[in-house]
Design a protein around this ligand. Structure first.
Ligand SMILES: [Zn+2]
Length: 262
């Protein structure tokens, strides 16, 4: 008899435990997760549609203005002209030019937010490509700029373009983890000497071809470029691009040999 009472009372005690247990299970986080998952799945078709509506307006078209062969006596004035337009550019510097006052000027350009890239020590095609000094010169310039800016720059531009590099040099460029940037718009400022308006017109015309990839515009650090800057920036913006500086961690790669590893 006593045994029966104990069994019945145990069963009676167990019932509320089971009920509480079931209700707790139903409210458990796992159940909640499943619920949100299924509600997310329901809204998926709407999320799929969203990107189709956005593209052209949300993605800003970017142009990179790159200024080669400095530092020269025009650097400070070019930086000031760019500041007036609220634009940051990319300067590919020749190491042997970074002397005297230019050291301070390069530092100021970097501090103003412009990107500084390496363009070899000598810019001498014989030394760089025939005598194989490309990598040693980049390393030497890297040390020089590091001493100036306190950071190691990995951005390089090959004088006359990356097509001059042989396969061993390309391999080395990758080993050194350099980012190599060529250009896809040549302003032909060398052809339009003393005619800054022609430099602007040349760039403006070429910008029309760029719909999918960013234009990388090549000009040189000269008086003509200094005079052309307001017109250049106006043309770039009129064509729907915003000028930005190019840094080595950019997702966008641009080189003549179409190597994504450069
Ligand atoms: Zn150059």
């Amino acid at each position: 008899m006593k045994k029966k009472i104990i069994i019945i009372s145990s069963i009676l005690l167990l019932i509320p435990c089971v009920v509480v247990g079931i209700s707790l299970f139903l409210k458990s986080p796992d159940v909640a997760k499943v619920e949100t998952k299924s509600s997310k799945q329901e809204t998926l078709p709407h999320q799929d549609q969203a990107p189709k509506k956005v593209p052209t307006k949300s993605k800003q078209k970017i142009a990179y203005l790159t200024i080669d062969d400095g530092p020269t006596k025009y650097l400070t004035e070019i930086v000031a002209a760019l500041k007036k337009e609220n634009v940051k550019a990319t300067f590919f510097l020749v190491g042997n030019n970074i002397t005297g006052d230019h050291k301070k000027e390069v530092k100021e350009a970097a501090e103003a937010g412009h990107s500084i890239g390496m363009h070899s020590m000598t810019h001498d095609s014989k030394k760089l490509y025939k005598k194989g000094q490309f990598i040693p010169e980049m390393k030497q310039e890297s040390t020089l700029i590091n001493g100036l800016l306190g950071k190691q720059i990995k951005l390089i531009r090959a004088p006359y373009g990356s097509t001059y590099l042989n396969s061993a040099q390309i391999k080395k460029v990758k080993e050194e983890k350099y980012r190599l940037l060529d250009w896809n718009i040549d302003s032909e400022d060398w052809r339009h000497k003393g005619q800054p308006q022609k430099i602007v017109a040349s760039v403006k015309e070429q910008l029309d071809k760029f719909h999918k990839i960013s234009p990388v515009i090549l000009v040189h650090e000269t008086e003509d470029t200094l005079k052309a800057i307001p017109g250049l920036i106006k043309a770039i913006r009129e064509k729907g691009f915003e000028p930005m500086p190019y840094f080595e961690d950019n997702d966008f790669h641009m080189n003549f040999i179409k190597d994504a590893g450069l």
